[in-house]
Design a protein around this ligand. Sequence first.
Ligand SMILES: Cc1cc2nc3c(=O)[nH]c(=O)nc-3n(C[C@H](O)[C@H](O)[C@H](O)COP(=O)(O)OP(=O)(O)OC[C@H]3O[C@@H](n4cnc5c(N)ncnc54)[C@H](O)[C@@H]3O)c2cc1C
Length: 431
Amino acid sequence: MNLKLPETSHPRIVILGGGFAGMNVALHLKDTDFQVVLLDKHNYHTFQPLLYQVATGGLEPTSIAYPLRKLLKKIPNAFFRIAEVQNIDTNQKVITTSIGELQYDILVIAMGTTTNFFNLPSDSTSKMKSLKSIPEALDLRSFLLENFELALLEDNENKKQALINIAIVGGGPTGVELAGAIAEMKNHMLPRDYKELDLSKMQVHLYEATGALLGPMTENSRIRALEYLQNLNVEVHLNTAVQSYENGILHLGDGHQLPTETVIWTAGVKGSPLKGIDQQYILPNGRIKVNEINQVEGLQDVYAIGDISCMITEEHPRGHAMVAPVAIQQGQLLAKNILKLSRQEKVNTFKYFDKGSMATVGRNKAVVDFPGKSVKMGGLLAWMAWMVVHLMSLVGFRNKLIVLTGWMYNYLNYDRVLRLIIRPSREPLND
Ligand SMILES: Cc1cc2nc3c(=O)[nH]c(=O)nc-3n(C[C@H](O)[C@H](O)[C@H](O)COP(=O)(O)OP(=O)(O)OC[C@H]3O[C@@H](n4cnc5c(N)ncnc54)[C@H](O)[C@@H]3O)c2cc1C
C-alpha cells in the first residue's frame, strides 16, 4: 500500500505522533517550503491531563479530543494519515507504517510514551487497568461502574468487598488526581446510585513505592496533597511497592494483601516502542537520547521531541519532566530550528521555560508550585488556578466550553453525569 501523498519537489518532513509535541511542529511549519506529513494511530489529539475525568464520568471523551485533520485544515502544505508507525530505516530514510512505506527528508519522532509495568509479570498486569488513552479511560469508566452493578448482585461478602475496593498504583499527579476523583464519587454520587450497597465499606487505596506523593513537587505541596487525600478517606500507603496481582488479590511489598477487582496502574511510562533506531541511542526507559536541539544523537535528519525524547543536560541530568509544556516548547522550537537550518542560519538550543507545576485532589483542593518553587499555593485558589490553566490549554473553543459547563454542572450538583457503561461485554470475574 502507499500513502498516496501528492508528489512534491519540496523537502518532506514526516512527524510521527499528533500529541502536544508533534502538533506544535506541524502548526509552526505553516506556509513554509516543506511538505509536512503528520502520522498518528488515532485521528485526534488527546488532552491527556483530563483523561482521569473521563474515566470517572466527569467529562465527555469528545471534550478532551480534537480532530487532527481539523487542526491541519488551515495549513495547505500539511497532510495527515492515520497510520501505526512500525519501523524506521535511517539509512534509506524510509519509515514503515501499517498503511505502507514513506520516504522522508526530515523525520520528527513525537510518539510519546506507553504504560511501563516495569518487571511485573504479564499474569499480574493483564488484569490491571491503565490510563494513557481515551479508549482506556472509557474502558475504566465502564469497568468501575460494572463492578458496582455486580456487587449489588453478589451474596458472598468477600467477593462483594473485592468488587468495591479500588487500588491505584503510583502516587504521581495521575494517581493522586484519580484517587481524589474516585473518593469524591464514593462520597457523593455512588451512595445515591447504589443505595442498597453499604458504601462505608468501600476502600480507596493509593500505593506509592517511594516515601512521598507528587515526587517532583515541593515538600509543602506533597504534604498538602497527602492531607487532602486522607481527608477524603483515601488510604495512602507510602514506601509500598506492588509485587503481584493474582486471582483478584493485590500483593504488596510490605506483606499486606488487598482483595480487589480494580487495580489501576499509574506508576510509570516508557518511550513508545519504535524499531530501527540503534539501541545505543535508546535509554532503558525507552526514551531516545537527543542533543540540545532535539536531534537524535548520531542521526543528522532525525529529531525526537516531547516525552519520547531525553535531553540530558547539567540542569536536567535525567532529562526534562515528561509534561505537556516541555513537549509544546520543544515542538515550537524544533519547527523554528528546521526553518533556520534550511536557511543555513544559526539554531537555538532548547531552554525549558518552567511555568510551575500543579495537581488537583478534588473539589476546592489543589496544589500549585510556582516557577522556582519558592512560592506555593493550596486549597480553593490553587484549584481555581488549576482549572483556568487546564481550560486554557485545551485545544478548540468547543472543547473549552463543554469542559467548563461540565465542571459547573458537576460542581453545583456534586454529580458525575456521564456514569455510563458503554463497551462490549467483559471477561468473567476471578473466582
Ligand atoms: C493521565 C495523564 C495525565 C497527565 N497530566 C498532565 C498534567 O496535568 N500536566 C502536564 O503537563 N502533563 C500531564 N501529562 C503528561 C502529558 O500528557 C505529556 O507530557 C504529553 O502528552 C507529551 O506530549 P507528546 O506529544 O510527547 O506525547 P503524546 O501527547 O503522548 O502524543 C503522542 C502521539 O503519538 C501517537 N503514537 C504513539 N505511538 C504511535 C505509533 N506507533 N504510530 C502512530 N502514532 C503513534 C499517539 O497516538 C499520540 O497522539 C499527563 C499524562 C497522562 C497519561
